[in-house]
Design a protein. Structure first.
Lengths: 579, 118
């Protein structure tokens, strides 16, 4: 007896049936009966199919949300010795975030992404370059509305002190729609430029320089105007908010499709660069908006208007302004325009039909439902926990009315603990970001192993960690954002000049990758909570610092690798010569 | 320069296993643990079952991973079984696998092994 026969007998039972019995046969000479029938699935089989499907997708989101939230909560309980307030609502909110993100991401993959691919593949064949660019530009606005993190910006606006930062208050409260539109326009413009770049094969370096010049000029202008200075944090943060899970893949799939159609899609780097542009142009757009606002109203008018608004007894919010209806409206308003526009392009301009109709409709429905649930979770989960931890954080080093133990530590120790907390949070949250892992793999392949995946991940995570720590210290110490940001960008530019094209692409894109739909609201809420607690003028700016620091980190790393490689080579050559 | 020589391997089988993306690692691990020497993996797109399942079709990923492993005839059943169980192919939508007999196989065989068998 063969060993394998022996094993067969003990492990599992085997039986054989003929496949002939399972395949259809011709009945009454009707060939149509050969066509496979719809598969009947009973309840238990459906469960077996659905369980792993749901399980893997939920697990993915749990992995990105749970560690961060757990870290925040544990830190608050163990170090700050402050019990979690309204823990039940919070956990409900966090669960809503997880479920909402799961459903949204699945909807994105099944519903929205196929659109992007089809339109990207077919549009250049049926329309002129000009029409293509216009469509891409409008799409940029649409995807910005659909970005989950953009809701966070609108949600946290009311916490700004009108007297200290009138223009910031005005924009976040009365100009929210123009704000998102401007950010969207920035993304749209970036998408247009990015696509032209794909087709023409331009280098990224000069584009970064050119994009930064107006940004820096406007930043300088806003910085010199004491009333506008407070807007800088918001403007620079907007760049980080836009590059999320909707914008990046959708714009990329379009751009790559178009580059392929133009026969220029072969460069291994063609996927990069759009993210960089999409995080620089919104900064410019928001700064322009702020300057427009500053010309149309004076700070005094805003303050009086705000005072008048707060004096009028708030009307009882109608049913449409209450949870969950308001979140549902926000969710529908975020996704529906994008979907309608995509359908318009597909039906009217491309004159083609919906691919795989049922699954696409299912995906689109999911993305809207997911967005609504995520919005609820944003309000009650991520936003609430972020604000709570942020506002109790200063108890580590100063006296706070809400904390019995404060100050818990001597001032210096407390400060170090808080900054260390921010550093670790940034590091952990970034390493957990799935997009970073994917970027790391791509980079490892691109550089033929010279830039290892782990090296990229650690330098990006380290950069974000330093950035968030810097941002937190900015709020506590109250130094000016521009005085840190501009030198950092200057360093970035200098490093860019000396780096090779590949590293420039990777480094500038790495910043956008790290700011996902979980990190952004959490960090924004924490910043605003902390800002209020230490009575800083505004709580923005953390995200912008968390964007530039990884750029500098990755560029530095890239240069070090270049230098090491060169010295290795020259050493080798020396040895050759000495022989 | 030595004369070049090809040694053919007989009694070889090819196990091909088509799985939903993401399941390949476990199956490969199981195959290697039970004696498979190596494997080739490539990506593919599947069609058929998914369209006929209606809305439940969304639970099956369109992207597939195809694993190909060459094994000896004696190993074949054991490796096949281990892969089947590791991939949980007895649940709907996971994948399909089959064994084919190979006519002629040749690759590098270390001299020491050749001498031992000669």
């Amino acid at each position: 007896m063969r060993y394998s026969d022996y094993l067969n007998k003990i492990v599992v039972k085997h039986s054989t049936i003929s496949y002939n019995l399972l395949t259809p046969t011709v009945k009454d000479g009707d060939l149509a009966s050969l066509k496979p029938k719809k598969i009947e699935i009973n309840a238990s089989q459906a469960f077996k199919l659905l369980f792993p499907y749901c399980y893997t997708r939920i697990l993915e989101q749990v992995k990105s949300v749970a560690p961060l939230v757990a870290y925040l909560m544990l830190f608050q309980i163990l170090v700050l010795r402050q019990p979690i307030e309204s823990a039940l609502t919070l956990s409900g909110g966090i669960i809503a975030v997880i479920i909402g993100l799961t459903i949204f991401m699945e909807g994105l993959n099944k519903g929205l992404m196929p659109f992007g691919t089809i339109i990207g593949d077919n549009l250049p064949k049926k329309a002129t370059m000009f029409v293509v660019l216009v469509i891409i530009g409008i799409l940029g606005v649409g995807v910005t509305f659909a970005e989950p993190a953009i809701g966070a910006l609108q949600a946290f606006g009311s916490s700004v002190d009108v007297k200290a930062a009138p223009y910031l208050y005005e924009i976040l409260n009365n100009w929210t729609l123009p704000l998102v539109l401007m950010v969207g326009a920035g993304v749209g413009f970036a998408a247009i430029i990015g696509t032209i770049r794909f087709v023409k094969g331009w280098s990224l370096k000069p584009m970064i320089y050119l994009a930064l010049v107006p940004v820096v000029i406007l930043t300088g202008y806003a910085w010199l105007d004491p009333n506008l200075r407070s807007i800088l944090g918001l403007a620079w943060d907007c760049g980080a908010v836009t590059t999320g899970p909707v914008t990046v893949p959708l714009v990329l799939s379009l751009g790559i499709g178009i580059a392929n159609a133009a026969g220029k899609g072969n460069s291994s780097l063609s996927g990069f660069g759009v993210v960089t542009m999409a995080s620089l142009f919104p900064i410019l757009a928001v700064l322009i908006l702020a300057i427009i606002v500053s010309f149309s109203v004076t700070p005094e008018e805003i303050i009086t208007a705000a005072a008048a608004a707060s004096e009028i007894a708030k009307p009882i919010p109608s049913i449409w302004e209450k949870t969950p209806l308001v979140e549902i409206i926000l969710g529908v308003r975020a996704i529906l325009p994008l979907v309608l526009f995509l359908l318009f392009v597909l039906f009217v301009i491309l004159r083609s039909s919906l691919p795989n109709r049922m699954i696409t409709i299912y995906g689109l429905t999911l993305s809207i439902i997911g967005m609504c649930i995520f919005n609820i979770g944003l309000t009650y989960g991520l936003g609430a926990i972020g604000t709570q931890t942020g506002s109790i954080l200063p108890a580590a080093f100063m006296e706070l009315p809400i904390s019995k133990f404060s100050p818990i530590f001597p001032e210096l120790v407390g400060l170090i603990i808080v900054i260390g907390f921010a550093f670790l949070m940034g590091f952990g949250a970034t390493l957990a970001e799935p997009a970073l892992n994917a970027l790391g793999l791509t980079v490892q392949k691109l550089t033929e192993g010279a830039f290892k995946k782990s090296m990229l991940m650690y330098s990006v995570a380290g950069g974000v960690a330093v950035g968030i720590a810097l941002g937190i210290s900015k709020l506590i110490i109250g130094f000016d954002l521009a005085t840190v940001l501009l030198p950092l960008y200057a360093i970035g530019i200098i490093l860019t000049i000396f780096s090779s094209e590949e590293f420039v692409n990777v480094a500038w894109d790495s910043a956008g990758v790290t700011t996902g739909p979980v990190t952004v609201p959490l960090v924004l809420a924490m910043g605003l909570g902390l800002g209020n607690a230490v009575s800083a003028v505004e709580g923005f700016g953390i995200l912008s610092l968390a964007s530039i620091c990884p750029i500098v980190a990755v560029l530095t790393m890239g240069l070090i690798i270049q230098i090491i490689n060169k010295s290795h080579k020259s050493q080798f050559e020396d040895e050759e010569e000495s022989k | 320069m030595s004369e070049r020589n090809i040694t053919y391997l007989s009694d070889a089988c090819l196990i091909t296993c088509i799985l939903q993306t993401g399941l390949a690692e476990e199956v490969l691990e199981a195959a290697k643990n039970i004696g498979a020497q190596g494997a080739t993996i490539n990506y593919a797109r599947g069609t058929g079952i998914r369209e006929r399942m209606g809305l439940l079709g969304v639970t099956v990923d369109e992207q597939k991973e195809v694993i190909r492993i060459i094994v000896s005839e004696d190993q074949a059943d054991m490796v096949f079984e281990a892969m089947y169980l590791a991939g949980k192919l007895d649940t709907p939508g996971k994948g399909i696998m089959y064994v084919t007999k190979l006519e002629q196989v040749a690759t590098y065989i270390p001299d020491s092994v050749l001498k031992k068998l000669a």
